[in-house]
Write a protein that binds this ligand. Structure first.
Ligand code: NAD
Ligand code: TYD
Length: 347
């Protein structure tokens, strides 16, 4: 199977690239990634052992020429991870979210339509559904889309475009919507890696509002296994929710991280709440479980402890991010004379 993966240098995309290469000897991947601040080639350092089965191409999913040149190679499936993914950044400035999350998805869809690509898989999020009250049932695929942040609105727009290309042009499209991920290689601006890395350096841990907002956590490997199934077995035109029934208030997670690292709770600082902060997310993943036979394998407490250990063991990786050094990796790898469209196999 030939895959075109977009955003494969980010957190979930890079985990997915490894999952697919490790699981299937006959899978080859072209990885189109713009290397924004969130894209990091260092996430893929170990991919070299897969030789030409992985090819990295630096480029923008909103660039029709770049996208068409890759889609004309006729991959069997396009999996779209590429996105601006951080809610706080979308509140500061939404432009890049519209450019990548909406316009980029449209460019990919048009190219897939033109070249009759057999399947398009859109990686979406629970945030498109909006917020739940504490006593509401978890989100089902039939829930109304009701996004509250500019990030969520841009992802919801992309989902609606994907739906419309399926309905209007009969394209084979599947949408997955997952809850909050955690695990190795998550950029340290998101809750769990931010709190771990701050605690390790005895920096303050900024908790928004009262700390009682609830998120439904899933290990990135369980997410990747679910996407794998959706690619191979998902029904065309369908949406699949993905979640591991692991709801926790933020403050509980922050306290657990501090306890695990033997750090004082006095590092916790309650700060001004995020505007429009969704109170609770929770996913009903019964369709994924019953139809596709998926189930999460990683227990949250165990997965969180493993993730804390991973950040302790990979301090160089996140220190290079915090210092900005990781941004030089591309030039170090390719030499500074190469332009933005450079491509390279992993070997
Ligand atoms: P991330 O921010 O870690 O990575 C995004 C990647 O996309 C980066 O490598 C970046 O360089 C690349 N990118 C950004 N703009 C691009 C463009 N215009 N062209 C090509 N590449 C571009 O994000 P993530 O956490 O890995 O999330 C991946 C996907 O999963 C996103 O679509 C996100 O909405 C979705 N998702 C994330 C979560 C989560 O908890 N992180 C949960 C559910 C769904
Ligand atoms: P985040 O990791 O940004 O994911 P999302 O907003 O997409 O769910 O945030 C997870 C939760 O943690 C969310 O309720 C906001 C909260 N949060 C903090 O309290 N402090 C922080 O510094 C960050 C980044 C998040």
């Amino acid at each position: 199977m030939k895959l075109l993966v977009t955003g494969g240098c980010g957190f979930i995309g890079s985990n997915f690239v490894f999952h697919m290469l490790e699981s299937y000897p006959d899978v080859s991947i072209v990885n189109l990634d713009l290397l924004t601040y969130a894209g990091n080639l260092e996430n893929l350092q170990d991919v070299t052992s897969y030789g030409e089965r992985h090819r990295f191409v630096r480029g923008d999913i909103s660039d029709p020429d770049m996208v068409c040149s890759l889609i004309s190679e006729k991959p069997d499936v396009v999996v779209n991870f590429a996105a601006e993914s951080h809610v706080d950044r979308s509140i500061m400035d939404c432009c890049a979210f519209i450019h990548t999350n909406i316009r980029g998805t449209q460019v990919l869809l048009d190219a897939c339509r033109q070249y009759k690509i057999p399947r398009f898989v859109q990686i979406s999020t629970d945030e498109v559904y909006g917020s739940l009250a504490l006593d509401d049932p978890p989100f089902c695929e039939t829930n109304q889309i009701c996004p509250n942040s500019p990030y969520a609105a841009s992802k919801a727009s992309a989902d609606l475009l994907v739906r419309s290309y399926h309905k209007t042009y009969g394209m084979d499209c599947v949408i997955t919507r997952c809850s909050n991920n955690y695990g190795p290689y998550q950029f340290p601006e998101k809750l769990i890696p931010l709190m771990i890395t701050n605690a390790l350096h005895d920096f303050q841990l900024p908790v928004y509002g009262d700390g009682l907002n609830v998120r439904d956590w899933i290990h990135v490997q369980d997410h990747c296994r679910a996407i794998d199934l959706a690619i191979r077995k998902g029904r065309t035109g369908e949406v699949y929710n993905i979640g591991a029934d692991s709801e926790f208030p933020n403050i509980e997670i922050v306290k657990h991280i501090l306890d695990r690292l033997s750090k004082s709770h006095s590092l916790i600082t309650f700060v001004k709440d995020r505007p429009g902060h969704d109170r609770r997310y929770a996913m009903n993943a019964a369709k994924m479980r019953n139809e596709l036979g998926w189930q999460p394998l990683v227990d949250f407490r165990e997965g969180l402890n493993q993730t804390i250990s991973w950040y302790i063991e990979h301090e160089m990786w996140w220190q290079r991010i915090k210092s900005g050094q990781y941004l030089n990796y591309y030039e170090e790898w390719y030499g500074s004379s190469l332009g933005g469209a450079a491509t390279k196999t992993s070997s």
